[in-house]
Design a protein around this ligand. Structure first.
Ligand SMILES: [Zn+2]
Length: 588
């Protein structure tokens, strides 16, 4: 990866900000005036920080669908920018992702503010960043950020101009983390693999209900963690972040308000983070993941400040607890290497909840001013405090055993490319080989009627497992399940994963089957077979005697013969999911 922009690009980018001399002042952030940084301004801002402070570095990390590179800005008080060395020194790495939905830009401004504040105050940097390094993606969805309008997210209270939600290919990047259709997502995965962040934060804005809180928080689903990590997360990290936001900043947070029913908020349910979401992806790599979702109705400057406060507290907590956090994560990573089971899907445990304080506004019937529609609305004149249930416990809904390895035929190159892009190690068969594998037949599934993210994704997948010899070709890929990316491998390759490769149609062509028979030639061919094989003939006669349906229906007879003669070998490949599961793998 190249270090920074080329000199020419740099000059062009900086030109508007260059005074008569070469000294480049840092532009003033304008969130107090309801303005957010454009992509160009954000990159320029970090470029100036890079040039001003040796503890900062702006890097280009791969291409995006907008034809512009994705930038990463790193703050390292010891001026060490190689993640491997940083880890070896026992420092925690925090990654902050901004502008995935560029209409929700608080994090873009808050991160810029945080970076300049901390870099310009060496004493504070040396104390708050003593045990960690911070990496910031200034703007992730560059295509969306380049398309700005006052009218995007029209019910949002600023900033004046907002970016578009979708990227240049109209993909929602917060659904693209595992299937990685966008270059953006592939560049992100490259960053994630390189940094291997211990802590991850993705910054957003939320609408829906209205209430008194500015910051709503999604903390990664704790059950996905190793038990000790879960305990630390539930009992220490998350409560302390809530507590510090309230005590130090007088800014009480609430869990992301996913209500159980519209209207007055009676209960909140935990966020089921599928791996296609950012924190779901970060959970695949055992990071401590968070999403801030600040409330659209609060003034922009307040949302930026709140996000900045959360960043400050997240960094402070990580620095103070880095030893324990690194140890827990290392243990989780070790357990991931050898886990014998993996939970593909979770469901809410409705029998368990915590009680939380909720500061809402009274829900009242109202008549809308233009349409005359009768509906409910939150009356900000009538705040109230209540204690409500927060359902944040999940139980496994679908668990799979973990094989020693998967085998993915060479033919499925899009799948192989994505696995490689996520750091998956693999080897190739050196010769055509038959292997005993656990294989799946797709018995039924439902393709979506409308495209989502450019896919007619498959749901309700039912499979039949069969252990059998399957012929593989030289060059097919053996993927051992003993590596850092284990959770990505399993999640993506299991056919019943809600957002695995099968769900996103990567394997659909095999569903059409390989071959079939034509009734014309088939019958005379079968007669020849039966004439030569008396045992087969008597089995056929027996079937006719014993099964009325076979006896009565000539087509059923052909079907019986098709399934019970060597011709049926062809049948083995119909609806056979191409990925095999290997146990006691003897393949080198
Ligand atoms: Zn969002």
């Amino acid at each position: 990866m190249r270090r920074t922009l080329s000199t020419l690009m740099l000059l062009l980018t900086l030109m508007p900000f260059m005074a008569a001399q070469e000294k480049k002042p840092l532009p003033q952030l304008r969130y107090d005036d309801n303005q957010s940084l454009t992509w160009e301004e954000a990159i320029n801002y970090y470029q100036i920080l890079d040039e001003t402070y040796p503890e900062a570095r702006l890097m280009e990390m791969g291409m995006t669908d907008a034809g512009r590179p994705l930038h990463l800005f790193v703050i390292s008080p010891e001026k060490e920018f190689d993640p491997e060395v940083i880890r070896r020194k026992g420092k925690a790495v925090i990654l902050i992702n901004n502008g995935i939905h560029p209409g929700e830009p608080e994090g873009i401004d808050a991160s810029a503010q945080y970076a300049s504040d901390i870099l310009s105050d060496r004493k504070r940097m040396n104390s708050e960043l003593k045990n960690c390094v911070i990496a910031i993606i200034p703007v992730y969805n560059i295509g969306g950020a380049l398309t700005r309008s006052h009218y995007y997210r029209i019910n949002q209270n600023g900033p004046d101009e907002k970016g578009a939600r979708r990227n240049t290919r109209f993909l929602d990047l917060n659904r693209d983390f595992v299937k990685q259709d966008s270059r953006d997502a592939r560049a992100f995965a490259e960053i994630y693999r390189w940094l291997d962040p211990d802590v991850f934060l993705d910054t957003h804005t939320t609408n829906g209900s209205d209430h008194q809180f500015t910051v709503t928080l999604i903390a990664t689903q704790p059950e996905k963690m190793h038990p000790e990590m879960e305990l630390f997360f539930r009992k220490k990290m998350v409560p302390e972040l809530y507590d510090r936001m309230q005590r130090v900043h007088n800014n009480e947070m609430v869990p992301y308000v996913q209500y159980t029913e519209r209207g007055e908020i009676k209960a909140i349910t935990g966020f089921e983070e599928h791996p296609y979401y950012s924190t779901g992806y970060s959970a695949l790599f055992n990071s401590f993941g968070f999403m801030t979702e600040t409330l659209v109705y609060k003034p922009y400057a307040e949302r930026v400040r709140s996000t900045l406060q959360f960043i400050t507290e997240l960094v402070r907590f990580t620095s103070e607890n880095h030893k324990e956090m690194l140890a827990l994560r290392a243990e989780a990573n070790r357990m991931t290497l050898s886990a014998s089971e993996y939970v593909l899907d979770w469901e809410q445990d409705t029998s368990r909840w915590d009680l939380i304080t909720f500061r809402g506004y009274k829900w009242e019937e109202t008549t809308m001013p233009l349409s005359g529609r009768k509906t409910g609305t939150y009356n900000r004149e009538k705040p109230y405090v209540d204690t409500i249930r927060y359902y944040n416990y999940f139980k496994p809904a679908l668990t799979v055993t973990v094989p020693d390895a998967y085998i993915v035929p060479f033919a499925w190159e899009e799948v192989i490319a994505r696995l490689k892009n996520n750091g998956v190690q693999m080897s190739q068969l050196e010769a055509d080989t038959s292997l005993n594998v656990e294989s799946f037949y797709i018995e039924s599934y439902e393709p979506a009627k409308r495209a989502t993210q450019g896919h007619y994704y498959n749901t309700s997948v039912r499979v039949k497992r069969v252990n059998q010899e399957v012929a593989y070709l030289k060059g097919d890929y053996i993927i051992p399940v003993n590596q850092r990316a284990n959770k990505y491998i399993i999640y993506m390759l299991e056919p019943q994963s809600e957002a695995g490769f099968f769900a996103w149609n990567f394997f659909d062509s095999f569903l059409e089957g390989q071959d079939w028979y034509s009734v014309w030639g088939f019958e005379s061919h079968l007669k020849e077979l039966l004439d030569k094989d008396p045992a087969l003939r008597s089995a056929f006669e027996k079937a006719k005697n014993e099964d009325e349906k076979v006896a009565a229906d000539p087509v059923a007879q052909l079907q019986w013969l098709y399934q019970n003669t060597p011709v049926s070998e062809l049948e083995k490949r119909t609806r056979l999911y191409p990925v095999g599961r290997l146990f006691n793998n003897t393949v080198k």
